[in-house]
Design a protein around this ligand. Structure first.
Ligand SMILES: Nc1nc2c(c(=O)[nH]1)N[C@H]1C(S)=C(S)[C@@H](COP(=O)(O)OP(=O)(O)OC[C@H]3O[C@@H](n4cnc5c(=O)[nH]c(N)nc54)[C@H](O)[C@@H]3O)O[C@H]1N2
Ligand SMILES: Nc1nc2c(c(=O)[nH]1)N[C@H]1C(S)=C(S)[C@@H](COP(=O)(O)OP(=O)(O)OC[C@H]3O[C@@H](n4cnc5c(=O)[nH]c(N)nc54)[C@H](O)[C@@H]3O)O[C@H]1N2
Ligand SMILES: [Mo]
Length: 776
């Protein structure tokens, strides 16, 4: 342990913050928030204590049926999640994995290996599980990959057609919070701005800035409107107005706002003429000339169930003030999720303030701490990935479709593609039993590959449903360097403790496999852990130097522990030059302008994503034509007390449970109508599946909406009709596994109707936090 025993403070980085590590008298490791963070997150403070929990994977394990079957040349996956595991030595485990990779490669080709392996893993530039896996798989001939993120797939795919910039580069050029506080007068936030979500940034957080930035806005008198089914999506400290629309109806509201601006002559015709194309198409659609339906406030009121007068009034206020339209990522994780992004930009274009300080639109303010963060953006080095020789890919959320229908064709972003026939799935750093919609459907697909290998820290559902489980370290058990784009700190993540059990770093696992498959030299390049950490840091230091930022040399950095970065130079705003002289500074769209209507998208001929932003009925919604027998809209949002499914077993997450289950929040009227009281165990169900949850009753959400955060570990036990039911509260038992449209094929978790009833009978025990049967 390079870090152990050296003098000076020790630090570590998690996706939710930077912490000082402390060695207690009893030898245990404690965590304290870093002094430079005025509002640290409580997530994971007890992490060290929970690292050796019974659900920690301590040794490599192989599913008994897989061992027997493979010896006999039989490859059935039906026993996954049911059969016991057999502990094996690292030697045996790595031999089995290497031989199986070689067999699948030889028999079926590299496209039969799925290495998409979506997931957040842990912070640290070197021990990034996906980066390690992909580098390794590329060296042995490549793998089928996944594209786009669960977070914002629809926005990622549509944005280049509309503004010419991809979403990921756009993350770094969003309206900075200080500019927003200084210049905005009105912020209209679709999906709110959620301080709970701004606890995290992928790769780590320097200082949590969102609450402080919102407070600054409030001090300067900025008014906020929270357009969301949930009141608490905007912190009370900005005294927001609340427009509690029905979920998935943002487009109707946006179109109605545009209707009022157009009807009352409040749109900026000069901006529209100089900086956009397609306004005329949009105007005709909004006015009803195209489809006979004028998108009036009264029309929108019928869909979104908000007062028409409030929409009229809001549109007028937006035109009078410096207005910022904030689009959260959540609003595009629903059916036709491309539309609220496009309609939001069209609305901002009609207002004509794009490119003005504190005006225009943003995507993701409050969704993570790095969006709008003024910290200097150093291009931190990452493990080089090499080249993937396999072309096959799937849109990330179409994973189950790929498993269920190999060879079937699908549309994506103007292309007609087909699903590869995957025989082997290798996951490192993600949890599909957390992130994938419709777990019953996932389970059907999950049985089909011949082999599933998972590198995991915990015996979560993903590990329990694998064939070979390789135990990995967590950040406190290894050395790394933590830094994230748009975050104000670089952290020397010094190893604080020995690995639990026989856990190994992903790097060491792939090093072992690389040696067996003859690519060790190319994989490790002769560097060990510390040599890589030093190498990536020094590369980053050189990049920072080129930006005029001096970082200390590695040894000094390692000793110092945390380096805080200055704010970036206040350059021009993203659309500022374009707005001034659109001809001289065109956007990289076909027209060089913002495309309110896109001929390119039109040419794809997708009825579910036409050539201009449009209201298209989602597959299901409150008040919609196909509500059927499930009358409540389920919001499966991000958990406040953890990151996704990570550390659900730790004390912060466990303390928030109700009767041991994930809390589900219902409006008092909905609870009363079902004789549900706070603290009751409830059964949440629809035609796709069911789970149990613990009831919370609150007026902070609109009637008809229930909220159940993601991340409770899937704990299947016999249900009412024999089908497994999750007894813990995983909302993906209920969500819909359908692409947003043929354009982006993004996930649509927020489009889900359910029914809730009081659970009667004996409350089943939560078993998933214990070790699987037979495993010690
Ligand atoms: N219903 C519904 N579903 C959703 C969403 C929603 O809004 N509603 N949101 C979606 C979104 S936006 C996202 S980003 C996804 C998140 O989905 P994921 O990113 O898959 O979720 P995590 O729980 O963060 O999974 C990370 C896993 O990596 C493991 N891990 C941590 N460190 C290491 C390491 O060093 N090595 C290895 N090998 N493993 C490690 C952790 O133990 C954990 O199991 O969920 C999506 N799913
Ligand atoms: N503490 C914590 N923070 C996190 C994460 C975590 O797991 N834990 N995950 C991180 C990740 S990976 C991501 S992608 C971001 C996600 O950031 P977001 O996508 O913003 O997060 P959510 O919490 O899913 O949704 C925010 C709110 O959107 C509202 N909403 C849902 N559907 C609709 C709709 O159709 N219309 C409108 N107007 N509002 C709607 C809901 O009321 C919900 O509370 O959060 C990040 N931050
Ligand atoms: Mo995400």
């Amino acid at each position: 342990m390079d870090g152990q025993g050296a003098a000076g403070a020790r630090y570590t980085a998690f996706h939710w913050g930077t912490y000082r590590t402390r060695l207690d008298a009893d030898g245990a490791i404690g965590l304290e928030p870093f002094d430079g963070d005025p509002s640290p997150s409580p997530i994971g403070l007890d992490l060290a204590a929970s690292l050796a929990a019974p659900c920690r994977v301590g040794r490599p394990h192989v599913r008994a049926g897989w061992l027997d079957g493979h010896a006999a040349g039989a490859f059935g996956g039906a026993g996954r999640g049911r059969e016991p595991f057999v502990p094996v030595s690292w030697e045996v485990a790595l031999d089995l994995v290497a031989a199986e990779l070689a067999r699948v490669r030889a028999d079926h080709g590299n496209a039969a290996i799925f290495g998409g392996s979506y997931g957040w893993g842990s912070a640290g530039r070197f021990h990034h599980p996906q980066g390690q896996l992909h580098r390794f798989l590329n060296l042995i001939g490549g793998y089928t990959r996944s594209v786009n993120a669960y977070s914002h797939a629809a926005a990622e795919v549509i944005l280049p057609y509309v503004i010419g910039h991809g979403l990921r580069p756009f993350h770094g050029t969003q309206m900075p919070w200080p500019v927003l506080a200084e210049h905005a007068e009105l912020v209209v936030a679709f999906g709110g701005m959620n301080a709970k979500n701004a606890q995290v940034s992928p790769g780590g957080v320097g200082s949590h800035i969102v609450r402080r930035s919102l407070a600054r806005c409030a001090e300067r008198g900025v008014r906020f409107v929270n357009v969301s089914p949930i009141r608490d999506d905007m912190p009370a400290l900005v005294a927001p107005e609340w427009l509690p629309l029905r979920p998935n109806t943002d487009v109707a509201v946006m179109l109605a706002l545009a209707f009022v601006l157009i009807e009352e002559g409040l749109c900026d015709h000069d901006f529209l003429a100089r900086c956009t194309v397609g306004f005329d198409v949009f105007r005709r659609y909004v006015g009803g000339e195209t489809d006979g339906v004028a998108k009036t406030p009264e029309w929108a009121a019928g869909i979104a169930d908000v007062p028409a007068a409030a929409l009229r009034d809001l549109a007028r206020r937006m035109a009078r003030a410096r207005t910022f339209i904030a689009l959260s990522w959540s609003i595009q994780r629903g059916d036709h999720g491309e539309q609220p992004i496009w309609a939001g930009i069209a609305l901002a274009a009609v207002l004509g303030q794009i490119g003005l300080p504190g005006g225009g639109f943003g995507i993701g303010h409050g969704c993570c701490n790095y969006i709008g963060n003024p910290a200097a953006r150093v291009p931190w080095a990452a493990l080089p990935q090499g080249r993937n020789a396999v072309d096959a890919f799937v849109p990330v959320a179409r994973f189950t479709d790929m498993l269920l229908t190999p060879g079937a064709s699908f549309d994506y972003d103007g292309k007609r593609l087909s699903y590869p026939d995957v025989k082997l799935v290798y996951w490192a750093g993600g949890n599909p039993f957390h992130h994938q919609q419709d777990i019953n459907r996932l389970l059907a697909g999950w049985r089909r590959p011949q082999t599933i290998i998972v590198n995991e820290v915990w015996w979560n559902a993903c590990a329990r449903h694998a064939d070979i489980v390789l135990p990995v370290t967590s950040p406190l058990e290894r050395n790394d360097f933590g830094a994230a784009a748009g975050e104000g700190a670089a952290v020397a993540m010094r190893q604080a403790m020995q690995p639990v059990g026989e856990a190994r770093n992903d790097f060491d696992i792939f090093r072992g496999l690389a040696a067996r498959l003859g690519v060790l030299e190319a994989f490790a390049e002769g560097r060990d852990e510390m040599a890589w950490v030093r190498h990536l840091y020094e590369q980053s230091r050189a990049a920072a130097q080129r930006m005029g930022i001096a970082l200390p040399a590695f040894d000094a950095f390692w000793e110092q522990g945390v380096v805080e970065l200055p704010e970036g130079a206040a350059g021009p705003l993203l659309f500022e030059a374009f707005r001034g002289e659109p001809e001289a500074h065109p956007l990289p769209t076909p027209s060089g302008r913002i495309e309110i209507s896109s001929a390119t998208i039109g040419a794809f001929g997708y009825d579910d994503c036409p050539h201009h932003p449009a209201w298209i009925e989602p597959a299901e919604r409150l008040g919609g034509p196909s509500t059927g027998s499930y009358p409540l809209h389920l919001i499966s949002s991000q958990p406040a007390v953890r990151l996704h499914s990570q550390h659900d077993h730790a004390s912060l997450s466990r303390a928030a449970k109700i009767a041991g289950r994930e809390p589900i929040t219902l409006h008092p009227a909905d609870a009363a109508a079902r004789c549900i009281e706070a603290g009751d165990i409830v059964r949440v169900f629809n035609g796709r599946g069911e789970c149990l949850a613990g009831a919370v009753v609150s007026e902070a959400l609109r009637p008809g909406v229930v909220q159940l955060a993601t991340g409770a570990w899937y704990d299947p036990q016999a249900g009412s009709e024999g089908a497994p039911r999750d007894v813990h509260g995983n909302p993906n038992m209920l969500t819909m596994d359908k692409g947003t449209s043929r354009l982006a094929q993004g996930p649509t978790a927020m489009t889900t109707l359910v029914e809730v009833e009081r659970f009667r009978g004996n409350a089943p025990e939560i078993r998933v936090f214990a070790a699987p049967e037979g495993v010690d």
